[in-house]
Design a protein. Structure first.
Length: 215
């Protein structure tokens, strides 16, 4: 048995964590429902109320495609398998097709983009100028027939009233993994596990995303 290193690339969940556009209804509520006290044996339990797109999560095609596949039916291999982490920390505003053409992205894989978004603290206010994937880059990824793409912010697009980036990917059943934390990750190849919660008929699922080295 060799050396295996497990790297957590998930957004820590807390009531203070960054949420999409700082919308109050997107903020998780964590309530302690049972506590261990001095009076005798008991248990610690809590109730979590959270948005389906909180923190590190997977979008199902159903998120933007009418009649699209729900999260409980997305094949797990979409988010479990070999992946490549690419360094795009030099990108200032958005990831374009020209940025991606330099990367030699192969078909059938999972690609994760490390951008300057990852330098933001996990409880920082939402940055409306986050680096995103533009429509042309999304169409290019679809043409490369990848399995899934991941980005290090709670959204993969912005300033797109018609959601071209989500649609170019989800209409082709390409997985979208949002809310990764990649500041501590070196570019390279890893085995990724980012299985979403199996929410029946759900539009998305939170996940604990892990990169595994040495398998
Ligand atoms: Zn989402």
């Amino acid at each position: 048995v060799g050396f295996v290193n497990v790297i957590d690339v998930s957004w820590p969940i807390s009531e203070k964590m960054t949420v999409y556009k700082d919308r109050q209804e997107k903020r998780p509520v964590i309530t302690q429902t049972r506590a261990i006290t001095n009076e005798g044996p008991d248990a610690a339990e809590s109730k979590l109320a959270f948005d389906s797109h909180l923190g590190t999560h997977v979008d199902a095609p159903k998120h933007f495609v009418k009649g699209g596949t729900s999260i409980d039916r997305v094949p797990l291999a979409t988010y479990v398998g070999m992946c490549a982490v690419y360094d795009l920390t030099h990108v200032q505003e958005k990831i374009t097709q020209a940025d991606l053409e330099k990367l030699s992205i192969s078909a059938g894989g999972i690609v994760l983009f490390k951008t300057k978004n990852s330098a933001l603290a996990p409880e920082a206010p939402f940055n409306p100028d986050f680096v995103f994937i533009d429509a042309g880059a999304a169409a290019y990824l679809a043409s490369r027939k990848i399995k899934a793409v991941g980005i290090d912010y709670p959204g993969i697009e912005r300033s797109q009233p018609n959601h071209e980036t989500h649609l170019a990917l989800l209409r082709n059943n390409i997985g979208i993994l949002e809310g990764l934390r990649l500041q501590h990750v070196a570019p390279g190849n890893y085995f990724v596990v980012a299985a979403p919660l199996s929410v029946k008929d759900g539009d998305a699922g939170l996940c604990r995303a892990l990169l595994i080295e040495g398998l």
